[in-house]
Design a protein around this ligand. Structure first.
Ligand SMILES: Nc1ncnc2c1ncn2[C@@H]1O[C@H](COP(=O)(O)OP(=O)(O)OP(=O)(O)O)[C@@H](O)[C@H]1O
Ligand SMILES: [Mg+2]
Length: 501
């Protein structure tokens, strides 16, 4: 059959009419693929951070815009992308599903449930990169967020909207401390988000099981990107978490978000940057790793309408070195840090909070007055104790005052010990700190300190319930209540029969 050239022209014309020019520009071709990153030619108008769909079903996000190609990180491991496959623009940035339906659920970065509890009903999808509230929209931090851990609430208090770094070597109880803070939010109207980044899948499963056993999943969301998931999802996980936290905040609720941990997050970002051939800087991290974490943590805070996001980022260090790159960045971004010490941990002082190196820069203003009244001299006493302890190790003869200080310090350290998954209310904490402050513990053998304090708390809870509840509601201790506390403590001391002789 003979084809006239006019027919071919009309064929082209038809084809062009069906596929407008605009659409042709939105489609590109994969040039190269490997290590979860691919280069695509032809996406001329693509945006930085835009989501791209591949013909074979994979998805990715643009991280570099070059003259001839764009570099895309892939979201799925298991769907292959081939060379010369077609890639299509979507015109939008990466979004995370948000909604109340997320409570009690474990999801990955794409919002897919990992807990076999069925589909999740999302109320909307929000960009994971959001403009951050400016100074004018923010409020000072003035309300306390109880972490349920006595040593933290008394010495490094955290306020709602604060960013408090948990820092320590591996295996020092960092996760345990954060989980305790989540447990402590029961019935407080604070929704919690636990973001797991680059941890082993088995660890995350165990942790979720613990959260379920402790009955905290009702008000908690777990966002997980395991070590085996693509680096891109590990990079995105904290941003997805904070988008969910912002949703809760927009609904007028307070939120608490734990990033466990940002060391893995920085490592994932370093891997991505090296694959993108961006110039490596200190410790081979890219120059913008500070910006990465600062823009993440700036999303926490208390807004003018009163609702807040409190962030507890976790960072792991090696051999106590808090001066390496990522930890120093995070220390300067956050409003304080809780330093967990391996030596203390190994000596059985758990939680192993190193009081000298821990600080809360804004939490003092938020600490409940009741606790503030009880902890005035505690930090100083502990500092003096540690100083004396060094002397005592040399076998020096100590005078009477020093010996008394040592004895008090020992009791303070003993009182601040706390088992895992035991969470105190701030009134419990007040009562225990009262015993220390007013020297009720000084006469006890060290072994009995914990038991005495615990029994005193349950004594007040049961026998003087009204007294307990009044302090709980007002968050203050008046002079009369203080006197009453004396009376109760004396009464209890007489009744107390030690079990732990
Ligand atoms: N207050 C505590 N009392 C007793 N044991 C504790 C306490 N806190 C943590 N542990 C124990 O210490 C171990 C380490 O705790 P955890 O996993 O929280 O540490 P981590 O610093 O998060 O570790 P990693 O660096 O591996 O993430 C666990 O076995 C845990 O049960
Ligand atoms: Mg941990």
């Amino acid at each position: 059959m003979e084809i006239k050239h006019t027919d071919i022209v009309s064929l082209f014309e038809d084809a062009l009419e069906q596929k407008p020019q605009k659409d042709l520009e939105e489609v590109g071709i994969v040039l190269q693929v490997g290590d979860n990153i691919c280069r695509v030619h032809g996406l001329k108008k693509a945006l930085y951070g835009e989501v791209i769909h591949f013909e074979g079903g994979n998805k990715g996000i643009i991280f570099n815009l070059d003259e001839d190609y764009v570099s895309i990180f892939l979201l799925y491991n298991h769907i292959p992308v081939e060379e010369s496959e077609v890639a299509k623009r979507t015109g939008h940035l990466f979004k995370a599903g948000v909604g109340m339906g997320l409570l009690g659920r474990v999801v990955n970065v794409l919002g897919v449930p990992l807990d076999s509890m069925g589909a999740i009903k999302y109320e909307g999808y929000e960009n994971t990169e959001q403009p951050i509230a400016g100074v004018v929209e923010r409020m000072p931090i003035s309300q306390s967020l109880s972490t349920g851990t006595l040593s933290v609430d008394s010495l490094v208090p955290v306020g709602r909207g604060q960013r408090e770094l948990i820092i320590g070597n591996r295996n020092t109880g960092k996760t345990a401390l954060a989980i305790n803070a989540i447990m402590s939010q029961k019935n407080k109207g604070v929704y919690c988000i636990y973001v797991s980044i680059g941890q082993r899948q088995a660890n995350v499963a165990r942790l979720v099981q613990t959260l379920q056993q402790q009955g905290v999943m009702d008000y908690t969301v777990v966002v997980s990107a395991d070590a085996g998931d693509p680096v891109l999802t590990q990079y995105l996980a904290p941003f997805v978490g904070s988008t969910i936290a912002e949703y809760f905040r927009s609904k007028g609720f307070d939120a608490l978000i734990v990033y466990d941990d940002l060391t893995n997050h920085a490592t994932a970002y370093r891997e991505m940057s090296l694959l993108l051939r961006r110039p490596p800087g200190r410790e081979a991290y890219p120059g913008d790793v500070f910006y990465l974490h600062s823009r993440l943590l700036e999303r926490a805070g208390r807004l003018a309408d009163g609702a807040s996001i409190t962030a507890l980022p976790i960072v792991q260090i090696q051999a106590d070195d808090i001066t390496s790159y990522i930890p120093t960045n995070l220390i300067s971004i956050t409003d304080g840090q809780i330093f967990l010490d391996t030596r203390l941990f190994n000596r059985g002082i758990r939680p192993a909070v190193n009081v000298g190196l821990s600080v809360s820069r804004v939490g003092g203003a938020a600490q409940t007055e009741a606790i503030k009244r009880m902890t005035k001299a505690l930090r100083l006493e502990l500092a003096q104790y540690h100083e004396l302890l060094d002397f005592a190790q040399f076998g020096t003869e100590l005078d009477e005052i020093s010996q008394r200080r040592l004895a008090r310090g020992e009791r303070a350290v003993e009182l601040l010990k706390q088992e895992q998954f035991v969470s105190y209310s701030f009134v419990d904490e007040c009562l225990m700190l009262f015993l220390l402050k007013e020297k009720f513990l000084d006469m006890l053998p060290i072994k009995q300190v914990q038991e005495f304090a615990r029994h005193f708390v349950s004594f007040v809870q049961n026998i003087y319930k009204e007294f307990y509840d009044t302090i709980y509601e007002t968050e203050k201790i008046t002079d009369e209540q203080f006197k009453e506390m004396f009376k109760i403590a004396r009464e209890f001391s007489k009744l107390y029969v030690p079990k732990n002789k």
